[in-house]
Write a protein that binds this ligand. Structure first.
Ligand code: BGN
Length: 287
């Protein structure tokens, strides 16, 4: 371990707990999509601590949050996301650490497995209270959309520009979701079997409900996001098996997921940087 994750003792003794409703929120704003480099971000966000740790300066946060971002070959999107997220989360007084989980090589992208890997690798630094699973290309626009976890898993990315800021379908659970550590363990994380595009997010919702949890959402004005336009990714073809897989989601839940991913990945590189902890992994994509 090269980064120290220190805030436990101060949290236990400090009476100055961050308010339930942060004071500096500004509401709905346009996203900032201007081109930016990594060094510009490092220069701008001097509040970042090693490993991509951001925490409130004037109060003691209630939760520690890990944001897990599955990644491959999307550098400009990642930088734009951080350019927007860091000020947004600063205003929200969130204690957050960013983890970028990069799938190595050219094997087909496996978003669900990357979230499981991110969870397990983040746990090696700190037992975060709250895990937010975040796509690299969607930008929250309203800081009343509070990045924290609660008694039920939250679907954050309710209203995307791509769908005229409406909910795509009532069981949509994609883009950005947040679960308490205990909830992620309880549902056995994501399935590792969705190789390529589609339905791994629907599978996660089946898992949530099968454990008698309910998904919660903010309203469409609050939970607004812009998706950065891009071409369909190479290496993430639509998965033709997703319909069949989704049918067996509840049956597979306890035997396949967070508890089985360990056998199927290898960390190739781990770099705690200023803006994030970067973890490159190879996946065997065999479940
Ligand atoms: C849905 C996909 C989701 C995806 C959204 C938004 C499926 C399941 C078919 C049974 N679900 O159609 O995974 O997040 O579109 O793009 O394909």
């Amino acid at each position: 371990k090269t980064t120290e994750y220190s805030n436990k003792t101060s949290r236990e003794t400090d009476k100055n707990v961050c308010p339930e409703k942060p004071k500096d929120l500004i509401g709905l704003r346009l996203g900032n999509y201007s081109h930016v480099t990594k060094s510009e971000l490092i220069e701008e966000f001097t509040q970042m601590e090693p490993g991509g740790h951001l925490r409130p300066q004037n109060c003691t946060p209630g939760q520690s949050v890990a944001i897990i971002i599955p990644y491959r070959n999307r550098n400009s999107h990642l930088l734009v996301l951080l350019h927007n997220l860091i000020p947004f989360l600063t205003r929200q007084n969130v204690d957050v650490t960013f983890f970028v989980i990069e799938q190595a090589g050219n094997s087909t992208f496996n978003r669900g497995a990357l979230f499981n890997v991110g969870f397990l690798e983040a746990e090696k630094f700190h037992r975060f209270d709250c895990y937010i699973l975040h796509d690299v290309d969607i930008i929250p626009l309203n800081d009343h959309n509070l990045y924290r976890c609660g008694g039920n898993p939250r679907h954050f990315a309710v209203a995307l520009n791509k769908y005229n800021y409406n909910l795509l379908y009532s069981n949509y659970f994609g883009g950005v979701v947040g679960l308490l550590r205990s909830q992620y363990l309880q549902v056995n994380g994501n399935s590792n079997l969705y190789i390529g595009w589609g339905a791994e997010d629907d599978d996660l919702l089946v898992r949530v409900r099968a454990k008698n949890l309910t998904m919660v959402r903010y309203d469409v004005m609050t939970a607004r996001y812009d998706m950065i336009k891009h071409e369909r990714d190479k290496g993430n073809a639509e998965n033709p098996l997703r319909f069949a897989l989704l049918k067996s989601a509840a049956r597979r839940q306890d035997v396949e997921g967070l508890n089985t991913v360990t056998k199927h990945y290898q960390v190739l590189d781990m770099k705690p940087e200023t803006l994030y902890t970067w973890i490159t992994v190879s996946l065997d994509n065999r479940g």
